[in-house]
Design a protein around this ligand. Structure first.
Ligand code: HEC
Length: 112
């Protein structure tokens, strides 16, 4: 009886290790746009102000997926959404400076 319990514990442990490993490698295989040094400033603003609704991988949560937003909206439209807000998205014109909004819009527009 004792042996079986130990075996069970061991297999749970092994299972835990295996799942931890597989989720780790999956994350590593996805290129993270937020680590692109060319857009560091915009990515930092995103991490501060947008990540809570649009998710760490930009796939969306409360707000929509922004991973390829540049193929549906241009820079001008994106900066309008950020500045004025839209639906459930708050307006950022009082929170961010205009040049910060432009930087975010330029970066997002480049994500095709
Ligand atoms: C409180 C949650 C929230 C935050 C914070 C937020 N958004 Fe949004 N965002 C939304 C929602 C909800 C929508 C969808 C609005 C709609 O279409 O009605 C949206 C839409 C957008 C869109 C338009 C997407 C499309 O396909 O039309 C862009 C671009 C965008 N957000 C960028 C940003 C950026 C950049 C930031 C940070 C400065 C940000 N959002 C912060 C919730 C949020």
């Amino acid at each position: 009886m004792k042996k079986t319990a130990a075996g069970l514990v061991a297999s749970f442990l092994l299972f835990g290790i295996l799942t931890a490993c597989s989720s780790g490698s999956q994350a590593a295989s996805q290129p993270n746009v937020l680590d692109d040094t060319h857009w560091q400033e915009a990515a930092d603003l995103y991490k501060q102000h947008c990540i809570s609704c649009h998710a760490a991988d930009m796939s969306g949560m409360v707000g929509p997926n922004l991973q390829h937003i540049g193929s549906s909206l241009d820079r001008t439209k994106i900066s309008a959404v950020i500045g004025n807000g839209k639906g459930g998205m708050p307006a950022f014109h009082k929170i961010l400076k205009q040049d910060e909004i432009e930087k975010l819009a330029e970066w997002l527009a480049s994500l095709k």
